[in-house]
Design a protein around this ligand. Structure first.
Ligand code: G4P
Length: 528
């Protein structure tokens, strides 16, 4: 197959949702359609189970599973589809934000009864800011839920999207009769049988046909006609360019658990979802069709076996072809590296491959060379941007609890930070180290992994930090910056990139500082 065809047939995407909306179930049904798995239940849920005895054990369990579900690749209708795992749990939000830098589009899953939930709002906001094309799937139509129009309104308002339904439910819950597919102009009747196949789809080119009344009953038929009239009057016609530019979001309805409406979603997805897109680097925009390979690390996963301290770095191929045993430039280290066993990911396994194309994810064994955001090229010194760190939610001092193991502790902390488990801030004043995390559970994970993987012991101590703000030193009035550094010396730290960070102890002090030093710019993300 030609290089261009290989690019065009690839669809690399993520499914985002609040926990429990049905992401795992939907993923599994998509894999079933692709023939990548044979039975339901094959994809283990990677979420933190409610009421588990120890949340920490759950995180470790999750870590094990998430290697397997990080990238799920399969073939469907001549397309190569890669689903990138985007955990919905808020403690893994950073992981998800980073993965979103590697997707070309997303599917947003919304629970019909719960509507738009908190994590969905946060994740969709990130996608919106990056103009990532989104398709919305409203799930669990077999249950009683909100009225379809009310939900579409809620999605427009809370998620700030411009939607247009491409399918529409006929009834809901107990009274759920099926789905009218506006995109394909047919009706899919709901039988509640998850093994239902495409043969059950009935073509309806004109809703006025009396056949509709026979199929779903007079009352439902009349309601559907009115609703579709309303849909056509209120919502814009689907426009593929608007969708691809992130300006219009098609909506589908269905029930993942019953495998209902999923085939329609997948068929439309492969038709309209973008193949790999070009990406901005610090020097220029790189097009996937360029013949020279470039790619970037968006995720690092430590080996679960403490005896082998190697890690798997996940690289998204942006342009050209990645080839086994070919030397590539690790731009940050200015070092040439060769990979003898790069992995490709399939639904149930990973496998060493010789060649990978734009849109693909390559798994590289790493002994400590990589950190998140690193770029590989064939020699051009460009770096991909757009993997910022966000101000963490929790902060604690980390202390060495075994003075004989200081070296191991530092190495362990450094590597865990490269993996993106947490963020490290070193105080200017006394070099004390502060660990910032998104979720409180990460502290236990760090402590456990330092001990088991690096043989080091640590303890924590509370520190009163409200927010970490990155300070732009270059574009500030230098007199004011000097004064700020003198007065706030106690609160200043450096992140791993040696950027200046102000650790504000309260919202009030942050506000006061901002107004006292108006030329200084404070940012809540590390990239500005
Ligand atoms: P998540 O990955 O987004 O967290 O959600 P997941 O797929 O695990 O689904 C959450 C719960 O919702 C599961 O039930 C799942 O069976 C159910 N579910 C998913 N899709 C549908 C649907 O279309 N209709 C209905 N009625 N339920 C659906 P659970 O009881 O929490 O877990 P399990 O014991 O079934 O695994």
């Amino acid at each position: 197959m030609k290089f261009l065809d290989e690019i065009n047939r690839r669809r690399t995407f993520g499914i985002v949702s609040h926990p429990d909306a049905g992401k795992t179930t939907l993923t599994e049904k998509l894999l079933l359609f692709g023939g990548a798995i044979q039975e339901a239940g094959a994809v283990k849920s990677n979420k933190i189970k409610k009421g588990a005895t120890s949340d920490f054990m759950e995180i470790e369990r999750q870590r094990g599973i998430s290697v397997a579900t990080s990238v799920l690749g399969f073939e469907y209708r001549e397309n190569k589809i890669n689903i990138l795992d985007t955990p919905g749990h808020k403690d893994f939000a950073e992981d998800t934000f980073r993965t979103l830098t590697a997707v070309d589009s997303v599917i947003v899953v919304v629970d019909v009864a719960k509507g738009v939930e908190e994590q969905t709002e946060k994740l969709v906001k990130v996608c919106r800011m990056r103009n990532i094309p989104m398709i919305v799937f409203i799930n669990k139509l077999d249950r009683e839920g909100k009225d379809a129009f009310e939900l579409l309104d809620e999605i427009e308002q809370k998620l700030e999207l411009k939607v247009t339904p491409l399918s529409f439910p006929i009834g809901m819950g107990y009274d759920f009769k099926g789905i009218y597919n506006i995109y394909e102009k047919n009706i899919n009747l709901f039988t509640g049988d998850p093994r239902k196949d495409i043969e059950d789809t009935i073509e309806i080119n004109d809703l006025a046909t009396p056949e509709l009344d026979q199929l779903i009953g007079d009352i439902s038929a009349e309601t559907l006609r009115e609703e579709i009239d309303l849909v056509e009057g209120v919502y814009p016609e689907f426009d593929i360019d608007a969708y691809k530019n992130g300006k219009l979001q098609p909506v589908f309805f269905g029930s993942a658990l019953n495998n209902f409406g999923v085939r329609e979603l997948l068929d439309c997805f492969v038709d309209i979802a973008p193949s790999p897109r070009s990406k901005m680097s610090d020097t220029r925009e790189v097009n996937p069709t360029e013949d020279k390979f470039t790619g970037f690390v968006f995720k690092i996963h430590a080996n679960m076996d403490p005896r082998h301290r190697d890690r798997l770095a996940f690289v998204k191929v942006v342009s050209g072809q990645f080839e086994r045993n070919k030397p590539y430039l690790h731009v940050r280290l200015d070092k040439s590296l060769k990979f003898s066993s790069p992995n490709a990911f399939f639904a149930e396994k990973k496998q060493v491959v010789d060649k990978m194309y734009p849109g693909d994810i390559v798994g590289l064994h790493d002994t400590g060379n990589f950190k998140i955001g690193d770029t590989l090229t064939e020699g051009e010194p460009l770096m991909y941007k757009g993997i910022p760190s966000f101000s963490p939610e929790h902060f604690r001092y980390i202390n060495n609890a075994d003075p004989m193991k200081a070296k191991q502790l530092n190495k362990g902390i450094s590597q865990l930070m490269d993996e993106g488990v947490a963020q490290l801030f070193t105080l200017d004043l006394n070099n004390r180290k502060i660990i910032g995390t998104v979720g409180a559970l990460q502290y236990e994970v760090i402590q456990y992994r330092l001990e088991h993987e690096y043989g080091a012991k640590c303890s924590y101590e509370n520190v009163n930090v409200h927010k970490a703000c990155w300070v732009d030193e270059n574009n500030a009035n230098q007199e004011e910056l000097k004064e700020f550094k003198r007065v706030k010396a106690k609160y200043l730290a450096r992140d791993k990139q040696n950027q200046l960070v102000f650790l504000a102890d309260s919202a009030f002090s942050l506000q006061m500082t901002q107004s006292k030093y108006p030329s200084l710019k404070f940012y809540f993300t590390s990239e500005f």
